[in-house]
Design a binder for this molecule. Structure first.
Ligand SMILES: NC(=O)c1ccc[n+]([C@@H]2O[C@H](COP(=O)([O-])OP(=O)(O)OC[C@H]3O[C@@H](n4cnc5c(N)ncnc54)[C@H](OP(=O)(O)O)[C@@H]3O)[C@@H](O)[C@H]2O)c1
Length: 308
């Protein structure tokens, strides 16, 4: 392989210590990319420590590695934590994304920015949302991710990749808003009653499936970047990926209890929308995957029940 070909197969993955980033590292390595993974508080071993809010350090890493693709998964993504640390969340979710977008544009690298279905309001009757549907985030987290999208789309070569709630291999169940429900079903705390949302619908999507699709997107868009005109004209700038399995949190608990053979009497379905909740969540943000299908990318996902 020539030196230039090797350079075209280099990917920097931010958030490589996180739930999605870890799967991305595996998937890109399996696809024989040279992977430079970065993390922050959990960085160790082959994963480099990089504070994305330190612009000098970010710039130094990119200019020394000159990747053809950057997959930017790092973010503060808990709506509750985002609401209580708005400055920190903006610095990571918006400012660092904007910096990466500028640096990638300057180097001719493709930036794939992981965004969320929470850029949409999720109002009953609106879903599924196409990539071009009007956005209106329901909370501060969604607003910062949407601002990050704007920064990416302002620069040439940036691609937005939206996903819904994620589940899959975790270090601890609390890492995923879906896996964490297993702890509720297991009920180690011995609670008599746990109120569970049976109102809003979700499409839990496996992180290994997301990572597989991201490799396909990277292969496609890194090629497209050989001609910026081709990318601007032929390749969509906003992509969406989602499972098609529609479930409330209560139905997720039911599936887990069924698979694990555990009782579920302590989990009580609540079909009411909690209008008093500190952070409002949408009803249904189902994402259309049409753009990926049009690109010929396989959007199939593992069946939720089968994975568990
Ligand atoms: N999880 C979901 O259900 C979901 C749903 C929709 C969209 N998304 C989007 O998907 C992406 C990945 O989410 P995830 O669940 O994998 O997140 P995660 O598990 O919470 O991981 C977050 C990552 O960001 C890193 N990070 C935090 N602060 C940093 C800083 N100052 N500098 C550099 N890195 C920093 C963390 O590093 P350390 O842990 O080493 O500190 C970690 O690797 C995010 O962009 C999120 O918005 C997630």
């Amino acid at each position: 392989m020539s030196e230039q070909q090797q350079e075209q197969k280099t990917v920097v993955i931010t958030g490589a210590t996180g739930q999605l980033g870890r799967q991305c590292v595996k998937a890109f390595e399996n696809a024989e990319w040279k992977v430079i993974g970065t993390g922050f508080s959990r960085a160790s071993g082959s994963i480099q420590k990089l504070d994305l809010t330190d612009s000098t350090a970010v710039s130094a890493l990119l200019s020394s590695t000159r990747p053809s693709v950057v997959v930017h998964t790092a973010a503060e993504r808990s709506p509750d934590r985002c609401a209580t640390d708005q400055a920190g969340t903006t610095a990571l979710n918006v400012d660092s994304t904007s910096l990466l977008a500028r640096l990638c544009a300057d180097m001719g690298s493709t930036l794939i920015y992981i965004s969320t279905d929470y850029v949409f309001p999720g109002t009953p009757g609106e879903a599924p949302y196409s990539a071009g549907s009007p956005t209106a985030p329901p909370n501060f987290y969604g607003a910062t991710k949407l601002a990050g999208e704007g920064a990416v789309l302002d620069e040439p070569g940036g691609v937005v990749f939206r996903v819904p709630v994620l589940y899959g291999e975790v270090e601890v169940n609390g890492e995923s808003a879906v896996n964490t429900l297993l702890d509720v079903v297991w009920n180690a705390g011995g609670k008599a009653k746990v109120d569970m949302d049976h109102w809003s619908v979700r499409y839990p999507t496996n992180t290994a499936d997301v990572a597989r699709v991201l490799v396909d997107v990277a292969e496609r868009y890194a090629r497209g970047m050989e001609s910026k005109e081709e990318m601007e004209q032929d390749l969509p700038r906003v992509l969406q990926f989602s499972s098609e399995e529609r479930m409330t949190k209560y139905e997720i608990c039911q599936t887990m209890a069924d698979v694990a053979g555990l009782p579920l009497e302590h989990v009580v379905p609540n079909a009411e929308n909690d209008l008093n909740a500190a952070v409002q969540r949408p009803y249904d943000c189902h994402l259309s995957t049409q753009e990926l299908k049009d690109l010929g990318i396989d959007v199939r996902t593992v069946k939720f029940r089968d994975w568990w």
